[in-house]
Write a protein that binds this ligand. Sequence first.
Ligand SMILES: NC(=O)c1ccc[n+]([C@@H]2O[C@H](COP(=O)([O-])OP(=O)(O)OC[C@H]3O[C@@H](n4cnc5c(N)ncnc54)[C@H](OP(=O)(O)O)[C@@H]3O)[C@@H](O)[C@H]2O)c1
Length: 312
Amino acid sequence: MTISNDPSAPLVVITGITGLQGGSVTRALAESDKPYRIRGLTRDPSKPTAQAFAGQGVQIVGVSLAADNVAGVTKAFQGADILFLVTNWNEHMDKQREISEGKMMVDVAKEAGVKLLIWSGLESLSAVSGGKFPRVEFFDAKGDITEYAKQSGVPLALVEAGYYATNIFEAPYALRKQPDGSYVFGLPVPATTSVPVIDVAHDYGLYVRAAIEDPALGAGSELYSGILISFGEMITTLSEVSGKKITYVQMSREEAVAMPEYYGPMLADMFQAFEVHGYYGPKPTTRTDLLVRQPRSWADFLEAAALEDLLP
Ligand SMILES: NC(=O)c1ccc[n+]([C@@H]2O[C@H](COP(=O)([O-])OP(=O)(O)OC[C@H]3O[C@@H](n4cnc5c(N)ncnc54)[C@H](OP(=O)(O)O)[C@@H]3O)[C@@H](O)[C@H]2O)c1
C-alpha cells in the first residue's frame, strides 16, 4: 500500500471507510501508481479497520454523517479534491433519513468545491417500473439522491454497486438447510432471473478508481458494477464448488410477501423488479474492460470464500 502525504497529491475523502465499499475504494486507490492523500471518515476512529488504514497512512477522522451535523461534515470534507460518498441504509432502514443525509452531503461537497463527487447510487425501481414496484426504499432513496446531485451541478460520477455475492448466504428466508443436509434456495422469481454480482470488498473500488483515473470517465460518467449471472446458475455453481446438494425452488410472491412485516413486500418488489426490468433497469451493465484488473466472477468468489462458514 502506498498512500501519499505530499500536499500536491489529490485529497480523496472516503465516507464509510470501515465498511465494505469505502474499504474497497481505499485499497484500490492505495494500489494505484498515482499518488493520493486519503482521509477516511468513521464515527469511531478506534475501530481496528480504521486503525489498520491509519497505519498505512490514511488520515482517519471521526465524524457523524447525520443530516443535522452540517458543521462536522463541512470540516471533514474540507480541502477534498475527490469525495467518495456512500449512504448506509442497512443501519436505520429509513428512506427519508437516507435521502436527507445524502442530499446534505451533496450540498456540503458542492460548497467545499470538490472536483469530483463519486456517488454510490442505485436506480429508483419505482421510476424504472413506472410505479409497479414502489416499495424498494433503499433503491428509490438512492435514485432520489442521484437526481438531486445531478441537478446541483456538482461534478458527479455515478458508480453503482452490484448485487453483493455475500447476499446469497445472508438470506435465511432464501437459503434453507433440509433435514438430510441438502439445501433449498428460493426467491420469488424464476431461476433465470439475473443480477450483476460483485465481490464488493474485493472489487467495487476498481470501478471507483476507473471513474477517477480513466480520462474518458470522470465527471458526467456512470459505471455499473458486477457480472451478470442468473440465480439458477449461481446455485448450480455453488452446489458444484461446495459439493453440497442445493436446489433452486422458486418461492411464490405470497410466500415472499408473508415474510416479516415490511421486509417481505419490499423484497418481493425488489426481486420482481430485477426479473421484469433488470437490476439497473434499462441502463447497461458493467464494462470490465475499463478496470485495471478483472473483477471476481461468482465462481472466483466461491473459490476464494470460506464455504464451510458460509454453508454450515
Ligand atoms: N447488499 C447489497 O447487495 C447492496 C448493493 C448495492 C448497494 N448497497 C448499499 O450499500 C450501502 C452500504 O455500504 P457498505 O456495504 O459499504 O456498508 P457497511 O459495510 O455496512 O459499512 C457502512 C459504513 O458506513 C459508515 N457509517 C454508517 N453510518 C454512519 C454515520 N452516521 N456517520 C458516519 N459513518 C457512518 C460506517 O462507519 P462506522 O460504523 O465506522 O462509523 C461504515 O464504514 C447501503 O446503503 C446499501 O443499500 C447494498
